[in-house]
Write a protein that binds this ligand. Sequence first.
Ligand code: M6R
Length: 611
Amino acid sequence: MCGIIGYTGHSAAAPILLDGLRRLEYRGYDSAGLALVGAGTLTEIKEVGKVARLEEACAGFPELENDVCCGIAHTRWATHGVPSAVNAHPHCDEKYEFAIVHNGIVENHHELRAHLEKKGYHFRSSTDSEVIVHLIAEAYEGDLLSATAAAVRQLSGTYGIAVVSSRHPGLIVAARKGSPLVIGLGEGENLIASDISALLPRTRKVIYLNDGDIAAIRPDGIDLRDVSNVPVEREVAKIDWDAAAAEKGNFPHFMLKEIFEQPETVENAIRGRLNLEMGNAVLNGLELSPRDLAQISRIVIAGCGSSMHAGMVGEYYFEDIAGISTSVEQAAEFRYRNPIIEPNTLVIPISQSGETADTIAAVREAVGKGALVTALCNVVGSTIAREAGRGVYLHAGPEISVASTKAFSSQVAVLLLMALLLGRNRRLSRSEGSELAREIEQAPELIRQVLAQAETIRAIAKRYAAFDDFFYIGRGCLYPTALEGALKLKEISYVHAEGYHAAELKHGPIALLDERHPVLALANDIPGREKILGNIQECRARRAPVVAVATVGDREVEQLTDDVIFVPACSRFIAPLPTAVALQLFAYFIAVERGCEIDQPRNLAKSVTVE
Ligand code: M6R
């Protein structure tokens, strides 16, 4: 999705903006641009393609190096209008006095454009965003904040915008509705960005804007107004991620780095949250007393993509461990389907970014219907984390790769903690709780053991890299794990991969099986293994090559299949973690073999902030 960075201070703005754009590249984009304002000047530079091309273009403006200390920049992911330099942001008014960058979608742009064109405004681009800059020019009477406020009042849809003007060097105006913006507070300088990873090299003190907020940002201070134009103070949050956490280090890709971080990130997700002696979990962020917990009669989990898959693993946990009826909803369905929320329904929205549009809408629906809502987010202070009011953070650090890996494992780990807590609150004995707590504690080590086999997994992946269709099958908690494995493969290697419940194969998909359709069978030694062995036989009878994930030492599976990725022995509750890591590595190495652009797969964005 699009990314925004703005800077105002006493250092040259261009290199800071370009660095910020590079840190936003992971979100996915097709063009990039920046606008710099000096005393009475506004320079706009835009390019199709990578930020590196924009950087080369900026080299043609040496005057920007030193004296221009304020500007805004953007990476665009095309929605309205093809990827082109003209459609790239910033967009300027006709006299090049104002420039804006915009994330989101202006839904009434046709009407606004017609109205502006009638008044003689000329449009250069075919974007929805350009209307905003002309509205600002039209409303301007000497005060940029008021002009921006007047402009955004006319917009329907979503926006996160940053505005500069040659009439106000040093000033950035930012406004938000439905598209995240965060102010970075520095020493003698301030920044605005759509994503904190762009701010990390300069500051870790931030203010998250609320919907309806509008801010005037200068090097020496911030003037913040709410939706009714009333000055407001917002809490300053301290980000505990450092800039290095958002860099690749010695890894060739963020995805591989994040896969390898999982022993630590899962450790972080469970640290301080297990009471081995009491056989219980401690999740203060839930803010639910034992009495509140006991009253929960139903759980509804909402999320998208990998977060939804983690929720599907959680469904098994809540039902099996805590005996609470649970369902998982694709967040967009939840929002539009008029879901039934009873007084004691607990709704758990799951989102790494905390900014996924459909999941935000699901939170609002659940809050509006009076549900208990408790979110699982990774990004501290994100919209979902704030609007849910209570929740549990993943503490996985910044996830930069578009393909989610470490967030998924942390979500699964936190869901398991929640199930333990709810289980102990009802039917689980102290000793049963302690046994599960000890297993959870072992999870990081089990993941480490899978990572130690990366080279073996690479060798297996090489043998399968030329296939164009895969099936992933699993049962129980490993069914959603199979869905997640298939999603990883298709996202980064563009190979067609389908996840199925193993029992479902016979109900249709088996018609496709032949020697061109490898099957990844999750055959860990947990309940259901015998049935999976039967499914493997069925696949082999159709000459489909079979790669199994199996428990170390399982000779039977080894003999039945073409290749085996061994994972350590563990219970059915823990099995999704080492298994998911093995599948992540398999997908990663196939994508490497196929020469794919792993961290920024085509057509995908890290955070889907539009419907
Ligand atoms: O930030 P969220 O967890 O809400 O994102 C949800 C999905 O967009 C995300 O998991 C997506 O499916 C990933 N690309 C999966 O790798």
